[in-house]
Design a protein around this ligand. Sequence first.
Ligand SMILES: Cc1ncc(COP(=O)(O)O)c(C=O)c1O
Length: 426
Amino acid sequence: MSQSSPSPTDAGSLLPAVGLLALDRQYEMLREPIRAALERVCDSGRFVLGPDVAELENELARALDVPHAITCASGSDALLLALMALDVGPGDEVIVPSYTFFATASAVTRLGAVPIFADIDPVTYLVDPVDVARKISSRCRAIVPVHLFGRTADMDALLPIAARAGIPVVEDCAQSILSTWHGRCTGGIGDVGCFSFYPTKNLGGCGDGGFLTTTRDDIAARLRLLRVHGMEPRYHHQVIGINSRLDSLQAAVLRVKLPHLDAWTEARRTNAARYGEHFARAGLDGWITLPGDEHRGRHVWNQYVIRVADGQRDALRSHLTNHKVGTEIYYPIPLHLQVCFRHLGWAPGDLPETERAANETLALPIYPELTDAEQRTVVGRIAEFFRTAPARAQANSPQPASAAALAGPHFIRRMNHAERVADTRR
Ligand SMILES: Cc1ncc(COP(=O)(O)O)c(C=O)c1O
């Protein structure tokens, strides 16, 4: 960033609004090829599965460098199908984070199994391998790490835990397409990967959709059967499956978008780095904690989530909403405290880091088409919030950051994943 560029806190240079998402910008860029693809499918009369779906599966497998990519109707179904393929059933336990979207756990309960919630690492927000290991029992049939916000869970620690227990790893990759871990794409690291094409994902369709990846031929064959009512050949049902097929219209749209995904991912990474620069210049010492990059793989930044100190999160969000800056809270009520899971017996305080994250985190706009001026506006509005409320800020002055959370030359508390992992392994 050049020294002469305006400070992000300069109110005169702030834009009147910044949306959390701008799906229209992507559509605008691809309007013609998307419309042509939709028309081609309508002309063909092949609306479910069909050639576009088969081609998309080949293209996804190539892009992720996995032998099998199998599409289905949603990311939620992908999780359900994965657990069905692994024969998870009544009485079984499956370890999942609580700080995630509902579908991660509901896939478990829909099969009559019990989700066992594990806490998260406070720096990365990803499932804590130490807590996972602690919670494995003889009834445990799988571990489901979520590569939340686009960052890979600590697979170096999780895979040996699963291997020791003799259970598979189902990766929830709904937010992590094209993220890597030591050079391998998520979804091809554990036994099965579950992806979502929900419109806000890094590769989003014009509606619902999802897919699964696996390196195991046996699981791939079972998934292909389970997504079509276990039917093979026609009207002969080998197992009880579900109807979870991808529409050809979605596949055609996704085939137009997939070649752009790598560039969009790089744009997200650039935006994340640029937030780092703008926040450093804004001097919000101790008030917010920025998300860190992942040095053992590629972080794909489906979300850019900051932590806001000392009960200021909701007031900051209101301030941003008042200035038309879009934000979101992922996820305000952890799954172990949801009403529908009350019968499982979890109570407040059971997963302290999950509950703290639910109270303190805030997602900022990070989409690929976000401009520098928009990012300056987001940072400027946040700086304005803390500057214009000095009394409140003083009264709630944050505790000094721990040594493990301090990294780099900046005074903003930064996450350093490598340090943190080294710490938790001791
Ligand atoms: C972590 C996670 N898992 C699963 C899902 C479910 O995906 P879908 O909305 O496609 O059913 C989502 C989508 O929001 C998600 O973010």
